[in-house]
Design a protein around this ligand. Structure first.
Ligand code: GLY
Length: 281
């Protein structure tokens, strides 16, 4: 184990996650000869998993989805999936989207409740419908129909943090000392609500791209608030012959710029990756 890694890097997926991830995964191809590349925000294990898969010949979008799934399934990561920070009513609402380079297909899901792997649901929307975006209760119904298991995404930590946030911020409870007495992780979730997001882009050994962005969105958001993560062009964009870009951070800012699309267009114009990013600001 390298010094920068700890136990959290070695979460493994349970059978329910593995079953959910197999829904719609493409058959493995013979690996090609091109040099693969994988990038991700968040966790080194995401890159390791996705890289391992593209080297074995998995589809790059499937590799990226499996890479972020390890974080979606981790109850101790409060930015995505299980254990994600809830909305102001204590309900976890997830957003995600995926894009597939060879077919230039993409889809997103927004405000999805009770499903640990929203990115895999987005892939299912891409493959099993003619639609590009599904939301809320009907997205959940769709996921259920396609075999995704349901579970409560709120954990003891996130429930405690949400109750403390609600009591101190909304109700003006006279309990600053009780917030101070909380477990440090829970206290941090009260004081600094997350808008963390995981993006992963993978280039496979045939030169094909796949990408995913997944999030629980802005902590304690107004129910129904949707950020940039499920919106193609904002949460991510790719062009198989040009490149790929994904976004993390406060979604409202990006929704007003569609920066992922813009970055890929800047790459097409010949800008270097850093300049392509800077040119969007
Ligand atoms: N970038 C994630 C969000 O704002 O919801």
């Amino acid at each position: 184990m390298t010094p920068s890694m700890n136990r959290r890097h070695f979460v493994t997926l349970g059978t329910a996650s593995l079953a959910a991830l197999s829904i719609g995964a493409a058959p493995i191809k013979k690996p090609g000869s091109r040099k693969p590349v994988v990038i991700a925000s968040g966790r080194e294990q995401t890159v390791q998993i996705a890289m391992d898969m593209v080297l074995k010949g998995h589809d790059p979008m499937d590799a990226a989805i499996a890479g972020v799934a390890i974080v979606e399934a981790d109850p101790n990561d409060h930015s995505v999936g299980l254990g994600g920070t809830p909305n102001e009513e204590g309900v976890v609402e997830l957003d995600a989207c995926v894009m597939h380079g060879p077919t230039h297909g993409g889809a997103g899901v927004a405000g999805l409740r009770n499903i640990v792997h929203p990115a895999a649901v987005a892939r299912c929307i891409l493959q099993r419908t003619r639609h590009v975006l599904m939301v809320g209760d009907n997205a959940l119904k769709f996921a259920r129909e396609h075999g995704f298991p349901e579970q409560d995404l709120l954990t003891e930590q996130t429930r405690n943090a949400w109750i403390a946030w609600k009591e101190s911020k909304l109700r003006g409870a006279r309990i600053p000392e009780s917030v101070a007495a909380l477990d440090p992780v829970v206290r941090d979730l009260v004081d600094r609500p997350t808008h963390g997001t995981i993006h992963c882009s993978a280039l496979d050994t045939h030169g094909n791209l796949g990408a995913v962005t997944t999030t629980s969105g802005l902590g304690y958001k107004v129910p129904g608030r949707v950020g940039d993560s499920p919106i193609l062009g904002a949460g991510l964009w790719l062009d198989n012959s040009v490149g790929s870009c994904g976004s993390v951070g406060l979604g409202e800012v990006n929704l007003l710029n569609c920066a992922s699309f813009l970055v890929v267009e800047n790459l097409r114009r010949g800008l270097k990756p850093k300049d392509a990013l800077v040119a969007t600001t």
